[in-house]
Structure formats: C-alpha cells, structure tokens
Ligand binder design. Structure first.
Ligand code: NAD
Length: 269
C-alpha cells in the first residue's frame, strides 16, 4: 500500500516540486494539498498546478478536512504556518517533515516539545549532497579548525526572506560544535567600517541574494599558506524534494522523536 503524503504550501516553489517528486516516486501518493487561506489557487488541482495532468487532489486551506487523507505531512511554508500545521498533526497523531527555515528559538522549543508525541523530521536542507558536506565539515573542522579562519558564504535567489540561510547556520553549528565553540558567541553576521583585525575564534557569515540562484554554500578554512573550501551548489529544487520524501518514507515507521536528515541517511556515528 502506498504512503499518502500531504503537502503544505503546495502552490509554492518547493510545494510544486514536491508534488512532481511524489508523482515520480514508487510507493508514494499525493493525499492532500494545502495552501494559505487567501490563496487565489484554492480549489485548483495540485498536480495540474505542478505541470502534470489532473490527479483529483485539490488545494484546500482546511487541514482538519483532509487530516485523514495523509500519513505524513511535508511542510515547506513559513514558520507561523508550520507551527499551526504541526499542532494539527500532533492532535491527529500524524508524522511531519519540516523543511521551513527561519524559526525563532521559541519556535524550536515548540517543535521539540511536539516531537515527544509524534515523529518529526526537521532539516534546514534535505539534499543528500549538503548532508554529506555536514559530515565533511566535521572532519575539516577537527583537522584544520584550530589553525584556520573559518568563513561561510551562501547565495540564494532574490525571493528568499531569511538570512543567513538555515543551511549556512547548520554548517556553522557543525563547525562550532566540533571545535567546542558557542555559535551564538562566535558568529559574525556582517562586517562594515572599522572592524578591527579578525579574531581567530570567530566564524564569519556572508550572504548574497540575487537572481534565481537555487542555493550555493561554501565553507572556507583559511590557514597561513593554504586554504580548503567545501562547496555545495544546488541546481534544482528536486534534490530537496527527493530528500524530504525519503525522510517522509523513513519517518512513516518511526517512534515519536525529533529527527534530522543525518538520521535518515544513517550519517550519525
Ligand atoms: P514559496 O514562497 O515559493 O512557497 C511557500 C508556500 O507556502 C507559498 O505557496 C505560500 O502561499 C504557502 N503558505 C504560506 N502560509 C501558508 C499556510 N498557512 N498554509 C498553507 N500554505 C501556506 O517558498 P519556497 O521557496 O517554496 O520555500 C518555502 C520554505 O522552505 C522556506 O522557509 C525556505 O527557506 C524553505 N526551504 C527549505 C529547504 C530545505 O531543504 N529544508 C529547501 C528549499 C526551501
């Protein structure tokens, strides 16, 4: 029997890509498609909107009316919408995959609390390549970190509303954790004017927003005489969608808990 996937933000950039990816996946079917209450697309066929033929699942803003139509909800929307969908999933005992970024520390607490009751998989980046980079960053930080200046560069399309990207922050967190540093104390998010010389312990972030860039990330470890750069470039959203659906299939049979893509890929030592 197919696993039924609910997709929120189904008319958005990631939502449409997820609808396409479900359609192309064996063992998965689209169970429900949600959009925000003021969307002009409510009632439209979600698959047709994603460039496919009609499949009969129409966009709704009422999660309660479709809660029995999916096994796992995949949510790439905005923080407030995700928290409302999380609450609905918790009440109904549904698993949820969260791809939304830009949560506050309080939001993270709410998500962790909900994960005591339902399976939740949350990742700032669901691509397999980026999750491999997290692993490579651990090794690079352990070997080079103490003697290097560490800088994280990210670039995304002009529509992205949060900065630095959730992926850049996760990369910083991996490096900081490996080096025993507190990211909230060592992160430098912008430089301008008389900044003074660089403090070796800081981790710098640089953000570019331009055109239709899907997502570029580079972490530089710059020592005296050499530097190592670990780079990932996404050329299509399909890598995030495939990863999120892999997480949904994995999550379908888990106990309640807060998981991430490293768990799904078995990358946790
Ligand atoms: P988008 O603006 O194209 O799509 C978001 C969609 O959510 C829109 O269609 C919007 O109408 C809808 N939405 C907003 N409120 C809603 C609500 N209450 N109920 C239902 N739908 C609602 O944005 P996007 O580029 O698809 O990105 C969405 C989110 O996913 C962002 O936070 C982005 O940073 C994140 N993202 C994460 C990954 C990852 O791998 N984790 C990858 C890409 C994007």
């Amino acid at each position: 029997m197919s696993l039924r996937i609910g997709i929120t933000g189904a008319a958005g950039r990631m939502g449409r890509t997820l609808v396409q990816a479900v359609d192309a996946s064996d063992g998965l079917e689209l169970g429900a498609a949600l959009e925000r209450p003021d969307s002009s697309l409510l009632g439209a066929d979600a698959s047709e909107l994603a460039g496919l033929g009609k499949r009969g699942v129409t966009l709704t803003d009422q999660i309660a009316t479709v809660i029995d139509d999916f096994d796992v909800l995949v949510d790439f929307t905005a923080p407030a919408a995700t928290l409302a969908n999380l609450a609905a999933c918790r009440e109904a005992g549904r698993a949820i995959v969260i791809g939304t970024t830009g949560f506050s520390a309080d939001d993270e607490t709410v998500i962790a609390e909900a994960a005591t009751a339902i399976p939740v998989c949350k990742a700032s980046n669901f691509s397999t390549g980026v999750n491999l980079c997290f692993k490579l960053l651990e090794t690079a930080a352990a070997i080079l970190g103490a003697d290097s200046d560490i800088e994280i560069y990210e670039a995304h399309h002009r529509h992205k509303v949060d900065a630095p990207s959730g992926t850049a922050l996760s990369m910083g967190q991996v490096v900081a954790d490996t080096l025993g540093r507190d990211l909230s104390k060592v992160a430098v998010y912008g430089r301008e004017g008389q900044t003074g010389a660089r403090d070796r312990d800081t981790i710098g972030f640089a953000t570019v927003r331009a055109g239709d860039i899907v997502g570029d990330h580079t972490v530089t470890f710059a020592a005296d005489g050499e530097r190592v750069e670990i780079t990932h470039k996404a050329s299509s959203r399909i890598s995030f969608a495939r990863g999120a659906l892999r997480a949904a299939a994995w999550l379908g049979s888990r106990e309640p808990g807060l998981y991430d893509m490293q768990d799904v890929l078995g990358l946790k030592a």
